[in-house]
Unconditional design. Structure first.
Length: 93
């Protein structure tokens, strides 16, 4: 089992990963691809709610800001929340 994660717009022809994927297909290995997109605002709200152990209704304003700043990109959402914590702007009580 090989599991990889990459941004398909950054893997151009000749990239080592593109070559590997081509070799796997030629060798008739079973290759599955799962493409993910950005989260919608409701999903970001659910993630923030879960991360903070608070009701979705109570984190709605924060979730809206997070969504606007990250456009729902999962990696950016997590990194943005982490940066808020690191800068002391988001604390647990």
């Amino acid at each position: 089992l090989i599991l990889g994660c990459y941004r398909d717009d950054e893997v151009v022809e000749g990239h080592p990963l593109e070559v590997l994927l081509g070799d796997l297909v030629v060798s008739r290995a079973r290759v599955s691809t799962l493409r993910t997109g950005n989260m919608d605002e409701a999903t970001v709200n659910a993630l923030v709610s879960d991360a903070l152990h608070m009701s979705p209704r109570l984190v709605g304003s924060l979730s809206s800001i997070v969504y606007r700043k990250t456009n729902g990109n999962g990696l950016f959402v997590v990194q943005f929340l982490k940066s808020l914590c690191d800068e002391g702007l988001l604390t647990f009580s």
